[in-house]
Structures are given as C-alpha cells and as structure tokens.
Design a protein around this ligand. Structure first.
Ligand code: CUA
Length: 335
C-alpha cells in the first residue's frame, strides 16, 4: 500500500494546498490528493447511477415491481472492499505519524515554547527568540534548508497547537509535558506558524514566521545570534560570559587571582593587559600580554603556561570571534 506514498516534487503547485516546504509535506499531500479524487470519483459515480436508476425504474403504468432478494456475494463485496481501503489508509496515516515523531540521526533540536499569546524558540546555543517576526529585533524560526530538525514543544499555561501549514506539521503544546515533531525543510523561503488550538482572547494573533535559509545565509544568522545582546557593550557582555563560563572558579571573582584571600588556581587577570615587564611563563621567558596572548589563552590555554600555575590545567573553551572579542574587552577593563 505504498504506491500513493511516492513523494510529489516540492515544486509542484497544488490549487488546494499551500506550498510544500519540508520533507513531511509530499507524502501527506499525495495521500490527501488521492483521497480527494477517490471521493470525487465515487461521488460522481454514485450520483449519476442513482439518477440513472431513478429514471430507468420509474413507475410505469401496467408494470408491477418485482423485488430482488438477498445477494450475499454482493453484500460481502461491498463490505470487504471499503474495509481493505480503510485499513490501507490507516497504514499510510500511522506510518507517516510515526515517521514525523521520530527525529533523523543528528537532528538539530530547537525548543518551542508556547504561552498566552506568543511562541518562543530556543536555539541549541541557548538563545531565545520570539517567533512573531519583528524586523527591529532578532526574531522568527530560522532553519537551514536540507538539515533535519526536531522541535521539542511545550506550553507554559494552557493548551496550544504548533502548526506550520507549509510543512503539513501540527502538534499540540500541552502544559506539563513535551511533544515532538521532526522534519527537514526542503525549500528556501518563508512559512507561517499558527496556533491551531483555541487558547483565549488573542488566539488568532498567536502567529510566527519560519525562515528556511540557504546554508550560507543560515550560518550568518547563527553568527549574528552570538553578537552582543542589544544594549550591552562588548565589555559588559564579556563580564556575563566570564561568569557564565565559570571563569571566576579559577581566576577569582573579577579575575583578581584571589579566592577567599588565597591564591586562585588560575593566574590573576586584573591588570594583566600590557603589564609592564610582561607575563612570566613557566619556560622562564616573558611574553607581552596583548590581545593575541589573551585570545590564545582562551582558545588554546595550554599553549603557554604562566610560571607558578602549572599544577592546574585550564580546559579549552569554544567561543565565536565576537565572544572572544567581548572577553578580551572585559579582561582589558580589569584593573
Ligand atoms: Cu495558542 Cu491558540
């Protein structure tokens, strides 16, 4: 029963349905189109034959009707045939449901949170964006074309339903539990997010925009996500990153090199930048603690070790360039 599961091409225009923009859409469309034309065929066939029989067997003066009896073979035929059809339809629907609930290997996970009356996406880097598009701020659900995704959907208050018509994907957001949908966007462009479950006054305004982007465009979006949060200077952002990444545990609060009055496991950072005489390394040579030194110490901490700090090894950190710049700005500000 897979003959009508063959995906129709994403480019195909359908006069009844929105564009198809994800791998989940073509099988659903094919099943839908099959059911639609199947129904049209039988609607026309049954109506026409009814009209024909009404005409053919109309009452005629002098002709007496002869009722037909019971015809078992016919009864069985029109009971069994639709049953097989409905079992086949169930199979198509159920396998599709299972497929869309199962994430592909290596799928990128994005959390979708619903609350009265907004959608929010949390990206793998922890950044949260509202899904309702606002050109003034980073917003919308940005996805990369051709990459598998898994949405982890939850609700903070009442029942909502996350619906992207172009992906033919809809899943309830239920308070107190997670629900999932998986798909791979296949066509670049814009799609819609609707709330498909009545959730109160502004249910109809609970909208969002999906941007399916080419890989280069999407990479730019992700890079921009790591730019300073609006309203923060690089130095203020660096201070937040410093704390968020646990740096004070080894370098002391504000990089003082002191924890509770004792020497911290990591060297002092306050006053480090361009320190007179340089920073003495364990090799016995002094280096100039400039931007390059700080950058190297963050990304490849064991390239150079400060004299007297050889017992504890600093783990390497993964940061994007703007984050490294922010951390350097912060370290430079420490006196
Ligand atoms: Cu949320 Cu309707």
């Amino acid at each position: 029963m897979t003959f009508f599961l063959e995906p129709v091409t994403p480019e195909s225009e359908n006069w009844q349905l929105p564009p198809t923009m994800a791998d989940t859409a073509p099988p659903i469309d094919t099943a839908y189109v099959f059911i639609f034309w199947f129904s049209v065929f039988f609607f026309v066939a049954i109506t026409l034959s009814s009209l024909y029989f009404i005409w053919k067997y109309k009452r005629v003066k002098g002709v007496k009707s002869e009722p037909t009896g019971h015809f078992n073979k016919l009864e069985i035929f029109w009971t069994v045939t639709p049953t097989i059809f409905i079992v086949g339809l169930f199979h198509v629907g159920f396998t599709g449901y299972i497929k869309n609930a199962t994430a592909a290997e290596g799928a990128t996970e994005i959390r979708i949170r619903a609350k009265k009356w907004t959608w929010e996406a949390e990206y793998p880097g922890g950044q949260r964006l509202p899904l309702k598009y606002d050109p003034a701020i980073p917003s919308g659900l940005h996805l990369e074309k051709g990459k598998p995704y898994k949405m982890i959907i939850s609700s903070e208050d009442v029942l909502h339903s996350f619906f992207i018509p172009e992906f033919r994907m809809k899943r309830d957001a239920v308070p107190g539990q997670y629900s999932f949908i998986s798909f791979t966007p296949t066509v670049a462009g814009m799609a819609h997010v609707f709330c498909a479950e009545y959730c109160g006054t502004d249910h109809s305004a609970m909208l969002g925009t999906v941007f399916v982007e080419e890989p280069a465009e999407h990479k730019k979006f992700l890079d921009d996500l790591d730019k300073p949060p609006p309203g923060l200077t690089p130095e203020q952002w660096g201070a937040k990153l410093f704390i968020a990444n646990g740096c004070p545990t080894c370098h002391g609060p504000d990089g003082t090199g002191q924890i509770n009055g004792a020497k911290s496991p990591g060297p002092r950072l306050a006053g480090l930048y361009m320190k007179a005489g340089g920073e003495m390394m364990s090799t016995g040579t002094a280096v100039t603690p400039d931007e390059n030194y700080i950058r190297e110490s963050i990304l490849r901490p064991n390239a150079k070790t400060v004299m007297g700090y050889t017992t504890v090894t600093m783990p390497p950190f993964v940061f994007k360039d703007p984050q490294v710049d922010a951390l350097i700005a912060y370290v430079k500000s420490l006196k």
